[in-house]
Design a protein around this ligand. Sequence first.
Ligand code: FES
Length: 123
Amino acid sequence: MTSWITICDTCKTEGWDAETAKVTDGEALAEKIEAMAEDRGVRTRRVSCTMGCDRACNIIVQGAGKIGYSLGRFAARDEDAQAIVDYAVLHGASETGQVPFREWPQGVKGHFVSRHVPVPEAE
Ligand code: FES
């Protein structure tokens, strides 16, 4: 089942300067994630604010019927984007959305904020 990476494109990390920055940190991270996610079997989308502004940059990994995860405190770096995409690929391959800790890319460790269990099927 395809997993999605939702990227907050309005996140700004400490020191972000509206005078000099052309884009937000979230936009810069989104561009990197989108480029790296191509042909990896994961989908991406952008949203403006996931209400975690003080732990920017924020992303969410979700899949229908699976446990989803919010992660934060990323920077718009290639290694952060790569770790996020690699993790989303593993999430997509997992039936439940759970990925064993030993398989986590190093770059996502310490970035998990919350876990969201899927809603029950309607009866
Ligand atoms: S601006 Fe990114 S979570 Fe609010």
